[in-house]
Design a protein around this ligand. Structure first.
Ligand code: MF3
Ligand code: CO
Length: 257
């Protein structure tokens, strides 16, 4: 069942989205060689708390982190640990915050120090996949159009997309209908409607698209251990498009250029 949100619900989700953005602002400069992923998670917790939010990932089916930190071949759900970031690593920080019971979900893949060109390209293309996808996040299109846009842009650049994880509706629950895959057939799937709130999240792989879960029960890594990246925002469908509620002020400025 797809839940269409009221204005009050949308306003609370936007507040959650502002907190997610503040966490990114705090964490990006901390993605430095020598810092641990646990330190990133603790700093995220501090920002979330100071702003009256709650981490919805912490304790979710027993998940032990405040945010997910996935390094290099780790596609999603990496657990913050004493692992030290190293020059050339890429680290995906995936955050779900609620504000008075309403949620926003987003992810960025950050560079640690100096990246090799292939890693730079993977991060750039993964982000571009999101912005290709939201061209179809408006009434008149369908969920398959969104997935198709992600898949096509990744493929054009020689990358693959995951079939093991998807984007999703979000609101009072972290995962609501519809599911929003990173692939799809144009013109198929649920119609996009005003008041729908969805997390669109390209998860892109440099090599094979298959993943496996590590013994910790959470961390999903690429089966060939090649690099992976993840870029996600929560969006609200409006009359003629969508509003992205999890961008940082800097990102909003860049987009409005
Ligand atoms: N942010 C993830 C998503 O989009 C959820 C993380 S699972 C958790 O689905 F256990 F880490 F919370
Ligand atoms: Co999500």
């Amino acid at each position: 069942m797809i839940v269409i949100k009221s204005q009050r619900e949308i306003d609370l989700m936007k507040k959650a989205g502002r907190i997610v953005a503040k966490v990114f602002e705090t964490l990006e400069p901390l993605c430095k060689p020598g810092n641990t992923t646990k330190y990133l998670s603790e700093m995220a917790g501090k920002v979330i708390k100071e702003n009256g939010g709650k981490s919805e990932e912490y304790g979710y089916y027993g998940y032990p982190g405040i945010v997910c930190t996935s390094v290099n071949d780790e596609l999603v759900h990496g657990i913050p640990s004493n692992r030290k970031l190293r020059d050339g690593d890429i680290v995906s920080v995936d955050i779900v915050v609620s504000y008075q019971g309403y949620m926003a979900d987003a992810c960025r893949t950050f560079a640690v120090g100096n990246l090799k060109p292939n890693a730079e390209k993977l991060i750039r293309v993964t982000r571009e996949c999101f912005f290709e996808a939201i061209k179809f996040a408006k009434p008149g299109y369908r969920i398959g159009d969104i997935g198709n846009a992600i898949e096509e842009h990744a493929k054009e650049n020689g990358f693959t997309v995951t079939h093991d994880f998807t984007g999703h509706g979000i609101g009072h629950e972290m995962h609501e209908d519809p599911s929003v895959p990173c692939y799809g057939v144009a013109g198929t799937g649920s119609p996009v409607r005003k008041g729908m709130t969805i997390a669109i999240e390209p998860m892109v792989l440099e090599g094979r698209r298959e993943t496996k879960t590590l013994a910790d029960g959470w961390t999903a890594v690429s089966i060939d251990h090649k690099l992976t990246a993840h870029y996600e925002n929560t969006v609200i469908i409006t009359d003629d498009g969508c509003e992205i509620i999890t961008l940082t002020d800097k990102e909003i400025e860049e987009i409005n250029g």
